[in-house]
Write a protein that binds this ligand. Sequence first.
Ligand code: GDP
Ligand code: CA
Length: 328
Amino acid sequence: MRIVVPAGGIGGARFLRGLKAALGVDAPTPGEQSTDAITVIGNTGDDITLFGLRICPDLDTVMYTLGGGIDEERGWGRAEETFTVKEELAAYGMRPTWFGLGDRDTATHIVRAQMIAAGYPLSAITEALCDRWRPGVRLLPMTDDQVETHVVIEEDGKRRAIHFQEWWIRYRASVPALSIVGVGAEDAAPAPGVLKAIAEADLVVLPPSNPVVSVGSILNVPGIREAMVDKTVVGVSPIIGGAPVRGMADACLTAIGVETSAGAVAAHLGADLLDGWLVDEADAGTEVEGIEVRSRPLYMSDPAATEAIAGAALDLGRELAGRKGGRG
Ligand code: GDP
Ligand code: CA
């Protein structure tokens, strides 16, 4: 079974770990080709250039999580991380100081910077980095083009656009977002392999990632959503009982005029795209026209619970694919 997963950072990565377990996909032994059972289309809308380094938070979170290098407590960055480089940069008066750039993580960014300088596209760079981490999935950036999510805020009566990372990390999304814009999205093309992976997929699974700035950014790359519409698509709600499980996805949903509820997110994603939607037991009874909604526990509290959620998404996907018949 070939599965495509458009994923953000922490929620996406944790779900993918459960999906690998549910499918029995183990990390390939060194020297073996990475498995092609799961293709991840990673969000690059959060990417930012700081200190001359191109940083790809969501790609790295997926890579570190599936490759065993993640800091489990924080959910992002490297395990056993130190922050000497960050302190030294601050001592030079370098800005910004709000971004958590770890020492071990910096090595990843130096490799990426060197390859960018040598002319490699992000997809090739990501593949090279995954050579070390062996995430056991094929990890593709959504695009090789530069797309950056910006947030329009109002301060002292003046409107200005800031990078999503500044709004999310520095302001903790506490300043209302007037709009959220994917700068460069309209002119972006899907990265090599993305459309082919979707075309060949038996199932597309939307993990519990941020529906606006993670899944939304991926679907906004021209061609990606359109390619998925013909497929069987099931999703896992990132919203439980009217609130995000972690993070501030509610602030993102409010910015685009969507209510923070499992049903509203499904309706926003659209019945033309979504065939099935898993909601938590707290949201049992949710109905969305044209979408098969099922309720079950959706907290990824431990590996077994996460595997069971992924298994339920696969079961629903198989069932709905059967109903769709030859239409894939
Ligand atoms: P980010 O890029 O690190 O913000 O991560 P993602 O976009 O992949 O995922 C963030 C989303 O995951 C948030 O909206 C959370 O509500 C959701 N999430 C986190 N943990 C859980 C969980 O245990 N269960 C569910 N259903 N959603 C979760
Ligand atoms: Ca992210």
